[in-house]
Design a protein around this ligand. Structure first.
Ligand code: G1P
Length: 285
């Protein structure tokens, strides 16, 4: 299976940090956001990845490229741990890039991958969303896809204040944590939301999605919405993701993700972060 990582969005919610750098390159603890996303795909068994980029997204390509000069310098200085890490990044996966020429929504961005994907099911991982779990989120989706066969969406239970920012699922339970989708509503008003189950930014899509994307009209925000195209598909399932999700485009979630990732590091780092947090709690109490 191949993966598509849309990374063409403007990052408006994170200005001014994203004025001259892609939001997907914002570091979460010690790695750029999109590296976590690529690693999730790789850890789910996918090594053929297409990233949909746009204006100002060149640093993403540079990050996954080989850097001869940097490698030479690190070798000369005997910084072999860094050398190994830097080489690992450029060997993670086969990554291809396509530029979305006009900001026309997530659905339009996915259409840009049509030629590369062909007639196979594929994974979609939003480039500004990272997940943390024992079994990678995309692998959890692949397992459900292999059982039920239709497009499969990862969902999470949302607090009310978040509902208007997400695609929301109307579904029927088929087994624990798995729903057959009746309808998806993109960014509804709270009172119109069919449930509190929100689309988290991880999908397995069957290839008929490309025809659906061509046939739909612009939706919410005047953009081609992936959610609307999935609504046109016959057999769609949703499954509750077991793990934690961070939408990095949101400053508060970005901050939490950095703290959480620091807490997954070796004991020394973890203790220093916890000490600092305890000290802050005392100061502000
Ligand atoms: C997109 C999708 C939405 C989904 C969200 C998850 O919206 O259209 O259905 O819930 O990602 O982050 P966006 O955040 O691009 O506006």
């Amino acid at each position: 299976m191949k993966a598509v990582i849309p990374a063409a969005g403007l990052g408006t919610r994170f200005l001014p940090a994203t004025k001259a750098q892609p939001k997907e390159m914002l570091p979460v603890f010690n790695k750029p956001t999109i590296q976590y996303v690529v690693e999730e795909a790789v850890n789910s068994g996918i090594d053929d990845i297409i990233i949909i980029t746009g204006k100002g997204k060149r640093p993403i390509e540079d990050h996954f490229d080989k850097s001869f000069e940097l490698e030479y310098n690190l070798k000369q200085k005997g910084k072999l741990d860094y050398l190994k890490e830097v080489q690992g990044i450029s060997n993670l996966a086969d990554i291809f890039y396509v530029r979305q020429k006009k900001q026309n929504g997530l659905g339009d961005a996915i259409s840009c991958a049509k030629k590369h994907i062909g007639d196979e099911p594929f994974a979609v991982l939003l480039g500004d969303t990272i997940t943390y779990s024992d079994t990678p989120c995309t692998k959890q989706l692949i397992d459900v896809y292999e059982k039920y066969g239709g497009s499969t969406i990862a969902i999470e239970e949302l607090p009310e204040r978040k509902i208007e920012r997400y695609g929301i699922v109307d579904g029927v339970t088929v087994e624990d944590n798995i729903y057959k989708v009746k309808n998806l509503v993109e960014k509804p008003k709270l009172e119109d939301a069919p449930s509190n189950l929100g689309i988290t930014g991880r999908y397995i899509l069957t290839p008929d999605i490309f025809d659906k994307l061509e046939s739909i009209e612009a939706g919410v925000g005047g953009e081609i919405q992936l959610t609307d195209a999935i609504n046109e598909q016959e057999n769609v399932y949703a499954t509750t993701f077991e793990g934690t999700i961070y939408d990095i485009g949101n400053t508060m979630e970005w901050l939490k993700s950095s703290i959480d990732m620091a807490l997954t590091q070796e004991d020394e780092v973890k203790e220093e972060v916890l000490d600092y947090l305890r000290q802050k709690v005392q100061e502000y109490q």
